[in-house]
Design a protein around this ligand. Structure first.
Ligand SMILES: Cc1cc2nc3c(=O)[nH]c(=O)nc-3n(C[C@H](O)[C@H](O)[C@H](O)COP(=O)(O)OP(=O)(O)OC[C@H]3O[C@@H](n4cnc5c(N)ncnc54)[C@H](O)[C@@H]3O)c2cc1C
Length: 442
């Protein structure tokens, strides 16, 4: 993390790239240098090293969610399995979960294939229930997984690992890992560049003209491309981005290095992070250099700004996890953007009237695995022309997300929703966008 504690990506060694000046012609232009955009670009260049691929980024590589994530790589996509069964039927619920497992495996293979140094630690994830009501909900979820034949197991109170002793029960998801997402993202940029990728930074896309070819315009230049991929995540105001994705900011933080006594007590967290059930509930993992990384507890509307809105909640959550953490301090905290949709699914597909204009976004704060996987699948689809392997009936393959209000109306609706969530967690909510902090972009 950096000295001001604004973002995890601040620690990555960042190679500055040029701004875009003048006009460029390419085969595929990708907007956004996060995991989605860079995974798309790298896959395209693996499929055809002669392709001209350009990534254009408003700020710098990994400046969005991909540089600020907590690094829990795990399955699950969209609503819970019990809800997905009801809404979409068993086949879709099963296929969706299996897709998310394939996404985790894809990232594991990507990291190994390119020997990416990102502290990859394979393991599982434990979604823990605080209290009997949450444990009952987990029972329903375990039944749903069982009915669908999916690898999710119920862990009773007596079988919980020592670090989760305070919880009422858990669900274990075996296909998972942890890693440093900023390192993964910055190295994907370098791998792409070694294969001929051009990355422009500090070049926000302001306009999009569609025709036989797509033209993207920035303040000082233009890119003319056969295909455009909008990989802008929570930044729904980008021209051409699908409607229905709303940007919010969530927070995370990391403690100082723990004592050897604390590390011994928390050892299980190294390969099995804890995720507390509930929208604003905290989640924890142990980093390879012996710190607890924690997320959750506060959300603000708007994607911009990097200062954690309520860092004290992160500290309270860590201290409550175990008596050995009673005096621990949060050394650095930050916020980052997530793109939310009304149904909890992302939005991946092509523009309704323009098969050359593609989009991937709205991972609802859980996109470490699926963003990279979607990028790779989309690359394959572009490469194979009308091979169209993304078009089968998964609910998030679509031209836009379900309707969401816009402008002031969305602010009011979001404030009401976030106040409701915060009240459920027993805390006050300060309406509005909250602190922007350094790194917030105009
Ligand atoms: C605090 C935090 C913790 C998280 N923890 C986890 C986790 O543990 N596990 C997990 O699965 N997920 C987690 N996530 C979510 C995960 O990080 C994201 O789903 C994933 O990184 C999204 O990648 P992306 O490339 O789609 O978006 P981003 O990384 O946000 O990239 C989008 C890029 O587009 C750029 N851009 C936007 N508009 C324009 C424009 N007009 N012109 C040019 N460029 C533009 C942005 O600057 C940005 O760099 C977390 C997110 C946050 C914020």
């Amino acid at each position: 993390m950096n000295a001001t504690g604004t973002s995890w990506a601040g620690s990555a060694h960042l190679t500055p790239r040029p701004r875009l000046y003048g006009t460029r012609r390419c085969d595929v232009a990708v907007v956004g240098a996060g995991l989605t955009g860079l995974a798309t670009a790298v896959e395209l260049l693996e499929l055809d090293p002669d392709l001209r691929v350009v990534v254009v980024e408003a700020d710098h590589v990994a400046s969005g969610a991909s540089g600020r994530g907590t690094g829990l790589l795990g399955p699950r996509i969209g609503p819970e399995l019990s809800v997905a069964r009801r809404r979409y039927g068993d086949d879709v619920a099963r296929a969706s979960h299996l897709w998310s497992i394939a996404a985790v495996r894809h990232v594991l293979a990507l990291v190994r294939r390119h020997r990416i140094a990102c502290d990859l630690t394979p393991g599982s994830q434990l979604v823990v229930a605080r209290g009997e009501e949450a444990a009952g909900e987990q029972l329903r979820e375990a039944d749903a997984a069982d009915a669908l034949g999916l690898p999710v197991s119920l862990v009773g109170r007596d079988e919980l690992p020592a670090v989760a002793a305070g919880y009422a029960g858990a669900l274990r998801y075996p296909d998972a890992a942890t890693l440093d997402p900023a390192a993964l993202t910055t190295q994907l940029a370098r791998i792409g560049e070694q294969r001929g990728l051009t990355v422009f930074e500090r070049s926000p896309v302001r306009g999009l003209r569609r025709g036989l070819l797509c033209t993207l315009s920035t303040d000082d230049g233009e890119i003319v491309a056969d295909h455009v991929v909008l990989a802008v995540n929570a930044f729904g105001a980008t021209p051409g981005a699908p409607t229905g994705v709303v940007g919010l900011r969530v927070q995370a933080g990391v403690t100082g290095k723990l004592s050897s006594e604390a590390l011994a007590a928390l050892d299980g967290l190294r390969t099995e992070p804890l995720i507390e059930r509930g929208e604003l509930s905290p989640y924890f993992r142990l980093t390879p250099d012996g710190r607890v990384m924690v997320g959750g507890g506060a959300v603000r509307r708007g994607p911009r700004g990097s200062r954690a809105p309520v860092p004290g909640l992160l500290q309270d959550a860590v201290r409550a996890l175990s008596p050995v953490l009673a005096d621990v301090e949060i050394e650095s905290s930050w916020a980052g953007p997530i793109g939310m949709t009304r149904d909890g699914f992302p939005v991946v597909g092509a523009h309704r009237d323009d098969p050359g204009l593609h989009h991937v976004g709205g991972c609802n704060g859980h996109g470490l695995a699926i963003s990279a996987y979607h990028g790779a699948r989309l690359a394959r689809q572009i490469f194979e022309g009308d091979g169209d392997d993304l078009s089968f009936a998964l609910p998030w393959m679509r031209p836009k997300a379900p309707w969401m209000p816009r402008g002031r109306l969305v602010d009011r609706v979001l404030d009401r929703y976030l106040a409701h969530l915060t009240a459920e967690a027993g805390r006050p909510y300060a309406p509005g966008p909250g602190p922007a902090g350094p790194g917030g972009r105009a």
